[in-house]
Write a protein that binds this ligand. Structure first.
Ligand SMILES: Nc1ncnc2c1ncn2[C@@H]1O[C@H](COP(=O)(O)OP(=O)(O)OP(=O)(O)O)[C@@H](O)[C@H]1O
Length: 257
C-alpha cells in the first residue's frame, strides 16, 4: 500500500498534514512533501531509521518547530496563521509524552499528574498536591488509578522506576483531558518488559477513551501491535502508510536496509 492510502478511512481528521517541508540547512531537506491525515480515534505509529525525520515531523505537526512549506491543520484549524496564544490554546488539547518523562523529580507522582491540569486550571500552585482543589486531586488520583499507580501517589518522582515514571507521564497527559496524544519514543528508555507494559497500557487507554494518538517508535513489533496504522519515513519522505493488520513486520525491516 502506498503513501496516504490508509488516510481515507473516516471523514473526521484531528490532524491534517499537507505538503510539509522542513530544512535546517539550505539544500538539505529533512522533510519533503509529507502528506497524511489522522482520523479521530486512530492510533498511528511513525517509524523510520535514525535521522529519518520522525521527531522533526512531530514537532512540525504541533508547530513547536515552524515548517518551511505546507500546512498543518489541528482539529480543523490551520496552525500557520495563529498567534502564540491561540497556538497554546489549541495545543492544550494535546497530551505530550516523551522518551524522557520530564517529571519534576522532587514532587510527588500526584503533584506531577496535577501538572497536566495547568492549561485549564492555572490556579497559583494548584498543581501542589496539598493545595490543589479537592476535585482536581480526585481527578488526578483517578488518572493514577487508570495507570495502576494509586499506591505510589505520594512517592517522589525521583524514587520511581523508569516504567512507573513513564506511567505517571501517561497519567499526567490524561489529566490534560486531551483529544490527541503525541508521544515521541515513549518506551525507548525502558527495558523490553516495562516498555511492552507501558505501551500496552498506554495504547489500551487511548483506545478505550476514543482518543487519537501519534507515536514514534524504533520497535516495529510495538508499532504494529499498538497502532492501528503505521507510517514509515525514509530520508524525510513517507514511503509506507498502511493499516497495521495488513503489515508484515519482516517487510517493514527492509525499510531499514
Ligand atoms: N535542531 C536541528 N538543527 C539541525 N539539524 C537538525 C535539528 N533537529 C534535527 N536535525 C536533523 O534532522 C534530521 C532528522 O532528525 P530527527 O531527529 O527528526 O530524526 P528521527 O527520525 O527522529 O531520528 P531518531 O530516530 O534518531 O530520533 C537529522 O539529520 C538531524 O540531524
Amino acid at each position: 500500500m502506498g503513501p496516504g492510502a490508509a488516510a481515507s478511512a473516516s471523514p473526521v481528521a484531528d490532524l491534517v498534514v499537507s505538503a510539509l517541508g522542513k530544512s535546517f540547512e539550505p539544500g538539505t531537506p529533512v522533510l519533503r512533501n509529507v502528506h497524511f491525515q489522522v482520523t479521530t480515534g486512530q492510533r498511528v505509529a511513525l517509524i523510520g531509521a535514525n535521522g529519518a525525520g520522525k521527531s522533526t515531523l512531530l514537532r512540525c505537526c504541533m508547530h513547536l518547530l515552524r515548517p518551511d512549506a505546507g500546512e498543518v491543520r489541528l482539529f480543523g484549524t490551520p496552525l500557520g496563521g495563529l498567534d502564540a496564544q491561540a497556538l497554546r490554546r489549541l495545543r492544550a488539547q494535546v497530551g505530550f509524552v516523551f522518551q524522557k518523562h520530564n517529571l519534576v523529580p522532587r514532587l510527588s507522582a500526584l503533584s506531577n499528574v496535577l501538572h497536566g491540569a495547568l492549561p485549564r486550571a492555572p490556579l497559583a500552585r494548584a498543581w501542589l498536591q496539598s493545595l490543589a482543589p479537592a476535585a482536581l486531586r480526585e481527578e488526578a488520583m483517578h488518572c493514577l488509578e487508570r495507570v495502576g499507580l494509586t499506591h505510589i501517589a505520594l512517592r517522589r518522582a525521583d524514587k520511581l522506576s523508569g516504567g512507573q515514571s513513564q506511567r505517571v507521564a501517561v497519567a499526567r497527559a490524561l489529566m490534560q483531558r486531551p483529544r490527541l496524544i503525541v508521544a515521541d519514543e515513549p518506551a525507548a528508555s525502558l527495558d523490553p518488559v516495562a516498555g511492552d507494559e507501558v505501551m500496552s497500557l498506554f495504547s489500551g487507554l487511548v483506545k478505550d477513551e476514543g482518543l487519537t494518538m501519534v507515536f514514534t517508535s524504533h520497535d516495529l513489533v510495538h508499532a504494529v501491535k499498538y497502532a492501528d496504522r503505521v507510517i514509515a519515513l525514509q530520508r524525510g519522505e513517507i514511503v509506507l502508510d498502511a493499516l497495521s493488520h495488513e503489515i508484515d513486520v519482516a517487510e517493514l525491516r527492509t525499510l531499514y536496509a
